[in-house]
Design a protein around this ligand. Structure first.
Ligand SMILES: [Zn+2]
Length: 269
C-alpha cells in the first residue's frame, strides 16, 4: 500500500490538534459554567488544572518526543505502511482503518487491565487514579513512564500486526474528545448516557472505574467500545448516584502536586 500523502497527513495532524485543544476548551468552559462538583475555590480549580497539564507536558516531552519520536521513529513512520501480518493482504484503506481501530481498542482494553493486575505497572497507573477531583484534565494525568511503555508496546504490536501508525492518529480524533468527556466535571444528559452505553464507554461507566473501592477500580477497563468489558466479564453498570473517586491512601496533598505525582510510583503507601 502507498504511504499516505503529505496533504492528508497534514490534515490528520491538524484535526488531531483541533479536536484535542477544541475539546479541552469546550469542557473547561462547560465545567466553569455548570460543574458537577464545584472546587472549593477558583484557585483550587486552577491549581488542579495546571498540575494535570504539567503531567501532560512531561508526557509530551519524555514519552512522545523521546520514546515515540526518537527511539521508535514514529513521527517519520506515521504515513508509511506497517510491515507485519495485514500487509500481506491488499486491504483497502477504509477496511484497514476499521480493523485497526477495533484491534487497537482491544489492545487498549487488555493493556489497561494488565496495568491493574501487575503490581509494578499499577504503581505507574495509580498516578492517573489518584486524582481526587475528576475534570477534563484528569484524562491527561498519566505518569510519563507508563505512557512511554505503552507507546513502545503499542507501536511494536502495530508494526507486527501490519497496522499503519496513521490508523492510531485517526483513532485519536474520536478518542481524545471521548477521554476528555469521560473525566469531565460535568453532568452529561441522561438520554446521551442511555443511548451510548451499549456501544461506547460513557462518562458514568468510566467514573465507576475511578472509584476508591478496588473491586470497582478493577472493572470497566474499556477505552472507546464497551463491548470488551461485557465480553470479558468486567462490565459494571454505573449506580444511580455516583460515589467518591481516588485511590485509598493516595488522597493527601503530597500525592497531588507535580513532584508528588512524579514520585508516586516509587513511594510506599
Ligand atoms: Zn485504570
Amino acid at each position: 500500500m502507498e504511504p499516505l500523502s503529505d496533504p492528508v497527513l497534514a490534515l490528520l495532524r491538524g484535526a488531531y490538534f483541533g479536536t484535542l485543544f477544541g475539546g479541552f476548551f469546550f469542557f473547561l468552559l462547560w465545567e466553569g459554567g455548570a460543574p458537577r462538583i464545584a472546587f472549593v475555590s477558583a484557585a483550587a480549580r486552577r491549581r488542579h488544572v495546571l498540575r494535570n497539564l504539567g503531567m501532560l507536558g512531561l508526557v509530551v516531552l519524555i514519552a512522545d518526543l523521546v520514546v515515540g519520536g526518537w527511539l521508535l521513529g514514529t513521527v517519520n513512520r506515521i504515513g508509511a505502511a506497517s510491515p507485519g501480518l495485514l500487509s500481506r493482504f491488499d486491504l483497502a484503506r477504509p477496511v484497514l482503518l476499521a480493523i485497526g481501530i477495533v484491534a487497537i481498542d482491544l489492545f487498549a482494553y487488555w493493556w489497561h487491565r494488565t496495568c491493574h493486575a501487575i503490581p509494578w505497572l499499577w504503581r505507574l497507573h495509580r498516578v492517573h487514579h489518584s486524582d481526587t477531583h475528576l475534570d477534563a484534565t484528569t484524562g491527561a494525568r498519566a505518569h510519563a513512564l507508563e505512557t512511554s511503555l505503552e507507546i513502545v508496546v503499542l507501536v511494536g504490536a502495530m508494526l507486527l500486526a501490519g497496522i499503519p501508525l496513521w490508523v492510531e492518529l485517526t483513532r485519536t480524533l474520536f478518542l481524545n474528545p471521548l477521554l476528555l468527556a469521560q473525566h469531565a466535571n460535568v453532568i452529561v444528559p441522561p438520554w446521551f448516557e442511555r443511548a451510548a452505553r451499549p456501544l461506547i464507554i460513557t462518562p458514568e461507566i468510566h467514573r465507576v472505574h475511578h472509584s476508591p473501592i478496588r473491586a470497582e477500580q478493577d472493572s470497566n477497563f474499556g477505552q472507546i467500545f464497551s463491548i470488551w468489558d461485557r465480553l470479558f466479564g468486567t462490565y459494571r453498570t454505573p449506580p444511580a448516584i455516583t460515589t467518591d473517586v481516588g485511590v485509598a491512601g493516595l488522597s493527601a496533598e503530597c500525592f497531588q502536586t507535580l513532584t508528588g505525582m512524579c514520585i508516586t510510583p516509587f513511594r510506599r503507601v
